[in-house]
Design a protein around this ligand. Structure first.
Ligand SMILES: NC(=O)c1ccc[n+]([C@@H]2O[C@H](COP(=O)([O-])OP(=O)(O)OC[C@H]3O[C@@H](n4cnc5c(N)ncnc54)[C@H](OP(=O)(O)O)[C@@H]3O)[C@@H](O)[C@H]2O)c1
Length: 270
């Protein structure tokens, strides 16, 4: 079968784990060479090995997305190794589950630093390259928490709402420039980020590959927004459109906050 992104070059942040890893592999399955960006070199090398098995090139680049100079250098390395970046998936992020009354300002700032400003470091590193070429596609992993806030995620929700707003405006401003912008809104996915959270039966954790495939679809079909999974996410959005009381009642009666299962949280803003 013809690969839909044959010959394209992609870069994915957070490619050492979960959704980023799935997205990098799904982009490679569709014909992309992929630059893999994160901090953990060993886990990036594992993703690279999977991509090389598919007959595609993988370039491993160690960078912390909160360091704008390191992100610029990562983008330069990806361009010099692959020749260009056609698709950039801003995906890396952290999570924090903490009630508002217990949150500290330094935790909230850390969330913004990684999930919002870290994402924008990537946008501003790659945008000049795409503008110069007059083409490209920027995709970000937002969250359903960027559409409707669910407790006890206030700090994370704040960062994801900020990201959602920025990308909505960027998509409109870049219309006609040859650069497309997509936002993916996953519900809960089975990745290390939320291994300490059990979800109710009505919204079980999904396979991160669902998000990887949504990234491919966003690029191939130029979809500005994709919710994953579509049906349950759309119901919540429709409920919110009717009344915030209705959506918040649905969150309460369906226990959408989930429960902690005693596993240690990793990659959190401690
Ligand atoms: N899992 C879910 O239910 C869910 C739902 C909606 C949205 N999301 C979003 O999806 C994205 C991926 O999350 P995931 O669930 O796949 O979590 P994950 O398995 O914990 O992966 C997070 C990735 O982000 C990278 N990362 C974290 N901080 C970084 C930093 N400062 N610099 C560079 N890389 C960094 C990590 O790599 P290193 O540690 O190697 O740097 C890792 O590859 C996040 O933006 C998350 O908010 C997740």
């Amino acid at each position: 079968m013809k690969q839909r992104l044959e010959g394209k070059n992609a870069a994915v942040t957070g490619a050492s784990s979960g959704i980023g890893r799935a997205s990098a592999i799904d982009l490679a399955k569709e014909g992309c060479n992929v630059a893999l960006i994160a901090r953990d070199i060993d886990r990036l090398n594992e993703t690279a090995a999977e991509i090389e098995k598919l007959g595609r090139r993988a370039v491993v680049i160690q960078a912390d997305i909160t360091d704008s100079e390191a992100v610029k250098a990562a983008v330069e390395t990806a361009i010099s190794e692959l020749g260009s970046i056609d698709i950039f998936h801003c995906n890396a992020g952290i999570y924090l589950r903490c009630a508002v009354k217990d949150l500290r300002m330094d935790q909230i700032r850390k969330l913004m630093e990684v999930d919002y400003f870290g994402c924008l470091n990537c946008v501003y590193a790659v945008l000049p390259h795409m503008l110069e070429r007059g083409c490209g596609h920027i995709v970000t992993t937002c969250s359903m928490d960027g559409k409707k806030g669910v407790p006890p995620d206030a700090a994370y929700v704040g960062a994801k709402f900020a990201m959602n707003g920025f990308f909505q405006v960027m998509r409109q401003e870049l219309r006609g420039s040859g650069i497309n912008v997509s936002v993916i809104y996953p519900s809960r996915m089975d990745t290390p980020q939320i291994r300490h959270v059990d979800c109710p039966g009505i919204t079980p954790k999904g396979d991160p590959d669902m998000v990887g495939r949504a990234v491919v679809r966003a690029v191939v079909k130029n979809k500005g927004e994709i919710m994953v999974p579509w049906f349950s996410c759309k119901l919540l959005v429709l409920a919110e459109a009717i009344s915030y009381r209705f959506s918040e009642w649905l969150i309460r009666v369906n226990h959408l906050s989930g429960t902690e299962n005693g596993e240690e949280a990793i990659n959190e803003a401690q």
